[in-house]
Structure formats: structure tokens, C-alpha cells
Unconditional design. Structure first.
Length: 208
């Protein structure tokens, strides 16, 4: 969020995605990368500001969204003013996250960014504001992320050196089979994702 401060110009404030503390007193023209004063982690300023605005627009769009947005027979220019505002706020959030993803985001923030992109891509594609291929890419990315999380979680539990009752249960052949299925699904989906990436031929490929 940009807050005007009469004596010092624009005072930029946002929450550190690593530690949750507020970052302030930054001059946007100083540098691209800054360090959080609380946790010391490096942050790309342009990406953080783009994410901040995108989150704001996404929440705003969700609050305004009406069932009209799901109506495939209605064109955006026939929407009510609320539905139009919601659609354009979704569009701003979408382009904002694309901008934010030009630099590497912290893992949890990146996961959230992908989740939002998959959601908005479905809406924008319904109204021909992005191509079906582009929507497929973000949705596939979201699916890959979900499968990878489940696989890594299972891997971590199975590799614990002091098995608890739960991890002993996980050594049951059923869970070994699940691990194999997840790994195969992940390989398949990642291949499909790479194919979509090639077909889309991004100028500014997302940093994922
Ligand atoms: Zn921090």
C-alpha cells in the first residue's frame, strides 16, 4: 500500500512475506532489492509492491463478484457495474501477479500467487480475456503444485529416522503405492506444463 506522507513523499508499507512484520520507510527509487529489517531476508521491492496491489484487487474483486461472472451467455459489456468492476479488478490482480513473478518470491507467497492465478485464469478465459492455452497453463501449474506438496509431505514422513505410529502406518504397501502414483503423476504433469510453456512462448516467463 502506498501512503502519502506530506513531509517525506510516498511512504511505502507492506508486510514481510517471511516474518509478517511491517516494512516501511523505503524509498521506491533507491533499489530493486531490499532486506527486511526484522528477519534480514532479501525481498524484491517491485515484486512485493505488485503482490500487495494484486492481493488488494483480488479481494476487492471477490467482494464485488456476482453470479453474472459465471454466465457464459453474457458479454462483459452487458454486465452490471459491480460485475464489470469485479472483472476488471480480477484482470488487474492477474497482470499484477505476472509482474510480481518476474522475480523469485518466497515459497509460501509463490504458492499463494499460483493459487490466485489459477482461479482468475478460469474466470478471464470464460470471458475470452485470455486464451484457453494460457488458462490451462496456470491451472496445470496449480495442479502440479498440489501434487508436489502431497508427494513431498509423504516423502518427509516416510524418511523420518524415528518413526512414530503414524509413519509406521505409512510404510504400509498402500502408502508406498500412493508415493509411486504421486511421483508418476507429478512427472506426467510437469511434462505437460513444459509443453504448455513452450506453446505459450512467454516473453517474460514467470520465475517459478
Ligand atoms: Zn521479515
Amino acid at each position: 500500500m502506498l501512503e502519502k506522507n506530506s513531509s517525506e513523499g510516498a511512504d511505502i508499507r507492506f508486510e514481510c512475506p517471511h516474518c509478517g512484520r511491517e516494512i516501511h520507510g523505503i524509498d521506491a527509487h533507491d533499489t530493486d532489492w531490499i532486506s527486511c529489517r526484522s528477519c534480514g531476508k532479501a525481498l524484491n521491492l517491485a515484486s512485493q509492491l505488485a503482490m500487495e496491489r494484486a492481493n488488494y484487487n483480488y479481494t476487492f474483486a471477490q467482494e464485488l463478484a456476482t453470479p453474472e461472472l459465471s454466465d457464459l451467455h453474457r458479454r462483459p459489456n452487458e454486465f452490471s457495474p459491480e460485475a464489470k468492476d469485479a472483472l476488471y479488478a480480477y484482470q488487474r490482480a492477474y497482470t499484477g501477479i505476472q509482474l510480481a513473478l518476474r522475480a523469485e518470491l518466497p515459497a509460501a507467497q509463490q504458492a499463494r500467487a499460483i493459487e490466485i492465478m489459477a482461479d482468475i485464469a478460469g474466470i478471464l478465459q470464460r470471458h475470452q480475456m485470455i486464451s484457453g492455452l494460457e488458462a490451462k497453463y496456470w491451472i496445470q501449474l496449480m495442479v502440479c503444485q498440489t501434487v508436489r506438496e502431497e508427494y513431498e509431505d509423504l516423502e518427509a514422513r516416510l524418511s523420518k529416522s524415528h518413526p512414530t505410529l503414524l509413519t509406521r502406518i505409512l510404510h504400509h504397501p498402500r502408502w508406498q503405492l500412493r508415493r509411486l502414483q504421486l511421483r508418476q503423476a507429478l512427472t506426467r504433469r510437469e511434462e505437460r506444463l513444459k509443453m504448455l510453456e513452450r506453446e505459450l512462448a512467454f516473453i517474460d516467463a514467470p520465475h517459478i
